[in-house]
Design a protein around this ligand. Structure first.
Ligand SMILES: [Zn+2]
Ligand SMILES: [Zn+2]
Length: 386
């Protein structure tokens, strides 16, 4: 980019460092037809269909069988519970859908068989690692909390691996822009790429920690706060991210390029009579996740579910609503959720800045109990007693 553009010959390497010749890249780009902005989202999604096992590093033994569509939110016990005719509602970032809705991100119905899946585990690892949450009721056992955190984090890491191709995918998204705009755009791409690589590194670090915890049964590696409800929650979600700010928007960690950020893990579960929200963090001093969990704890019991829901919608993609509940929301309630969801899907990875609405009631169940996973007997002890 330091090279003077006007001195570039047609066969020189392009100033944007794509590695292509100038004539095949930025020459006359200002005269080219603009791309649809959502087409970048779409191309990036293709990367999300790459098949690879996130547990292939050996700690869990060799991979076996095909790479399967792994669920991020458990299908059997959870999605089925909130579904109507095997469908749930979620935000569809498909380009044609968004275009049809006039550029708006709107929740629509999706079959539970395809909801929240990614090609991230071989059938052997998918079966063995997640049996404790897929085939058993969630009760907040440490091994269950680690398994769901591991799966959410694997999906995020898989996403960052996919997004590492984004810079090349978006190289020509500045068609029709002025030269100044092109230079700005290409430097944003570079910055974004650096950010993604940093995020990959920090997620990889935590992934290694959780891999070790899961493989060796180190139940204290992860701390989890579990919120129990005696009624059904009309939504399901699972995700992990590195929070920059707390529940009230105050800075938690700064995200400088040389700092490896800590993550928070949030997921929900439904069992026969109860629902749960599980919030986890790697057990270090002043972990951002522990600060957020404490803030949630301090909220009135009848507000906790709705604040966590908004927090989740703002930061994670895998949020699913019960159709009957979602359809009954008021205009203001629905607009708030839609706004939070849209703020979270910025393809260039900026931090979502729409705020959680503390005053807007969603009439969700009141918390009946808050406990920590360490209060629940671990699976080893349970099996020994059986
Ligand atoms: Zn170029
Ligand atoms: Zn595998």
């Amino acid at each position: 980019m330091t090279q003077e553009k006007s001195t570039l010959g047609r066969n020189d390497l392009c100033w944007c460092r794509s590695g292509k010749k100038y004539k095949k890249c930025h020459l006359n780009r200002n005269l080219q037809k603009k791309n649809n902005p959502w087409s970048a989202v779409e191309s990036n999604k293709k990367e999300f269909h790459k098949k690879k096992c996130c547990a292939e590093n050996g700690a869990f033994g060799p991979c076996e069988g095909k790479i399967v569509k792994a669920h991020t939110v458990s299908r059997g016990s959870n999605l089925t519970k909130i579904a109507k005719k095997s469908k749930v509602m979620s935000y569809n970032t498909n380009i044609s859908k968004i275009n049809k809705n006039g550029g708006q991100l709107i929740a629509s119905e999706i079959g539970i068989g395809v909801a929240s899946t990614f090609y991230g585990f071989c059938s052997q690892h998918d079966r063995t690692l997640f049996s404790c949450i897929e085939n058993e009721d969630f009760i907040g056992r440490p091994d269950q909390c680690i398994a769901i955190a591991y799966r959410s984090l694997s999906r995020e890491l898989y996403g960052k691996d996919a997004a590492s191709h984004l810079r090349e995918t978006l190289r020509d998204a500045d068609k029709g822009d002025t030269i100044t705009e092109q230079v700005t755009f290409q430097s944003i791409l570079d910055l974004n790429h650096e950010g993604n690589e940093a995020a990959r590194a920090e997620l990889k670090k935590t992934h290694d920690i959780l891999t070790n915890a899961l493989a060796n049964g180190c139940v204290n590696t992860l701390q989890s706060m579990i919120i129990k409800f005696d009624n059904e929650l009309p939504f399901m979600f699972a995700g992990a991210w590195s929070p920059f700010t707390d529940l009230h928007g105050k800075k938690l960690q700064s995200g400088y390029a040389n700092q490896l950020l800590e993550q928070i893990f949030i997921s929900s579960f439904a069992s026969l009579r109860s629902s749960y929200i599980c919030i986890s963090w790697v057990n270090i001093e002043n972990a951002p996740g522990s600060i957020i969990a404490k803030q949630i704890c301090e909220l009135p019991g009848n507000k906790q579910a709705e604040i966590i829901l908004q927090y989740a919608v703002k930061h994670i993609e895998n949020v699913f609503y019960a159709p009957s509940w979602f359809e009954d929301l008021s205009f203001l309630q629905r607009r708030q959720l839609d706004k939070l969801a849209a703020s979270g899907i910025d393809i260039l990875g900026s931090v979502p800045d729409d705020d959680i609405h503390f005053g807007l009631g969603f009439l969700l169940p009141t918390t009946t109990q808050v406990f920590h996973s360490t209060d629940v007997p671990s699976t080893e002890k349970r099996e020994m007693n059986e």
